[in-house]
Write a protein of this length. Sequence first.
Length: 99
Amino acid sequence: MLIEFRLTMPNVGSWNGKWSGEEDYYATIKHVSKEKAKKILGRESYYYNFGDGWDMNIGVRKVDNKEAAKIRKKTKGFCGYDWAVGSIINYGKIIAGEG
């Protein structure tokens, strides 16, 4: 099953209160088993507080092959936070240093 993981930064600790990537689309597509997908999709999103004024949110949803192809063309990557997606897939939550 294909799942889109979409990254946003709802709270930022920058000097101007903005994330330089807020206008861009950050997403990744992962193929996971139906069993894992059911657990992952049991929530709409996963939230992580870095403890320094920055927070990350990763929204999840099931997509088909056609939509996945469009997302792959549109995305700007995942800003180095792929570890968080791995953590969601492996542990059902975001754990720093895991994935």
